[in-house]
Design a protein around this ligand. Structure first.
Ligand code: HEM
Length: 409
């Protein structure tokens, strides 16, 4: 009986609290609606599926580019229930990744993303916060940064003299053994596994895809192929293989890689961000609501005639002569690696791998299309669906040896 009375009075209090709190909740909802009254424009939506029907029939980055041409550089879509804001111009990208970088520094945590990324315990999909900051710092200083790059080069130069190069796992295990190297989060096995998975996931397909596109574009543009091959063979004349020290001299090759990343951004919509400013963040005069997913269409920005001129969709490495525009996060018309806090930390390593790979392919071999495929301009350049824009069909080329690669390359 006493228990029943007790329960009744608890229920009573709960109802009372709900009634008292109701005006507060309503006021908050109203404030949020008011704060978001100027949502970005977007195409018409259907119940349940939102804007999904506008994305059918084309790859997402292409469909979104076409929609943005009609609805604006900052556009609101709804993928089912989820509001998705797409930035498709240098100005919009600057707002997201510089002006309001902190507001958009976290990643969405949908059930799928949590499942696929070990609940974001690595770097790429970790929510913004102390843990992400600490793990990213570890990656930059110990695994991917300039110091590590120098150590790798020193070890490579001393190959054969007994100097052993530490691989990624060796470095992480050493830091773990030394007590985490001052890291603010425990470097347990789960974290190590997530970091390694992230680095391999983020680093291998991106660089391999870019290399494939570079070769495909060079085959389609024989003058550019000749020019980069002549450069590599002139700079490396008399050598038996490509050395990393020669890379800074391969200026045209560097332009070829830049032009490839411009036309074939390996991660065309970058990695998704999420608005964490409550109740919304004001971008280019519009309100981006808290919780909205934010995508930057790096591919559309890279191909936009407003920034790149009427030949924006053509492969012309010479446009980078004089290195006027760079991809290190300050020129928002060219953001294949993103910008701001969540920018790719693997640029230096990625570039070194791509430059070594492409230089070696061009130094050691001449390249031709297989018999029967005589017109290079007919080469299939279609992309496959995915987070990375891979080639849809495999690239088949015939190599003819010019400088035989040494046996250990
Ligand atoms: C062609 C080569 C590469 C391209 C085009 C590329 C592109 C990108 C892009 C677009 C992002 C998202 C940036 C953003 O959200 O603003 C990213 C993030 C990331 N990339 Fe790369 N990447 C490349 C190579 C690499 C390599 C070689 C590594 C390391 C081995 C790497 C590690 C990462 C990591 C860990 C992140 C997540 C950063 C974070 O969320 O804090 N990437 N990359």
């Amino acid at each position: 009986m006493v228990d029943q009375e007790h329960q009744f009075s608890r229920y009573h209090y709960l109802v009372l609290a709900a009634i008292l709190l109701l005006p507060l909740v309503v006021a908050k909802l109203r404030a949020r609606r008011k704060a978001c009254k100027n949502l970005p424009p977007g195409p018409w939506q259907l119940p349940v599926i939102g804007s999904l029907h506008h994305l059918v029939g084309a790859l997402p980055h292409r469909a979104m580019r076409d929609l943005a041409r009609r609805h604006g550089a900052l556009m609101l879509l709804r993928l089912g229930e989820l509001p998705v804001v797409v930035a498709s111009s240098p100005a919009a990208a600057r707002e997201v990744m510089r002006t309001h970088d902190a507001a958009f520094a976290t990643r969405p945590r949908t059930a799928t993303i949590r499942e696929l990324t070990r609940d974001g315990t690595g770097v790429a999909f970790a929510p913004h916060g102390e843990r992400w900051r600490a793990v990213r710092k570890l990656c930059v200083t110990e695994l991917l940064g300039a110091r590590r790059h120098k150590e790798r080069r020193a070890a490579a130069a001393g190959a054969g003299s007994g100097d052993e190069e530490e691989d990624l796992l060796d470095v992480l295990l050493r830091i773990q053994k030394d007590g985490g190297g001052g890291l603010q989060v425990p470097l347990d096995m789960g974290t190590l596994r997530a970091v390694i998975t992230d680095l391999f996931g983020a680093g291998s397909e991106t660089t391999a895809t870019t290399l494939q596109w570079a070769m495909a574009e060079l085959i389609r543009h024989p003058a550019a192929l000749r020019k980069s091959q002549e450069e590599v063979r002139r700079v490396l004349a008399g050598q038996s293989r490509v050395h990393e020290d020669a890379l800074p001299e391969l200026r045209y090759l560097h332009m070829v890689i830049k032009e490839t990343l411009r036309l074939h951004a390996a991660v065309p919509l970058l990695l998704p961000r999420e608005c964490q400013e409550d109740p919304s963040c004001r971008v280019l005069g519009h309100d981006v609501p808290k919780g909205a997913m934010v995508l930057v269409n790096a591919w559309a920005i890279g191909c936009d005639a407003a920034s790149w001129g009427p030949d924006a969709e053509e492969f012309r490495p010479e446009r980078f002569e004089g290195d006027v525009v760079d991809f290190r996060g300050s020129d928002f018309e060219f953001v294949p690696f993103g910008a701001g806090r969540r920018m790719c930390p693997g640029i230096t390593l990625g570039l070194a791998v791509m430059e070594m790979g492409l230089a070696s392919l061009l130094f050691h071999f001449d390249w031709e299309l297989p018999a029967g495929a005589t017109d290079p301009s007919e080469l299939d350049m279609e992309e496959a669906l995915g987070i990375t824009a891979r080639r849809k069909s495999d690239l088949w080329l015939i190599p003819r040896v010019r400088v035989p690669p040494p046996p250990n390359v």
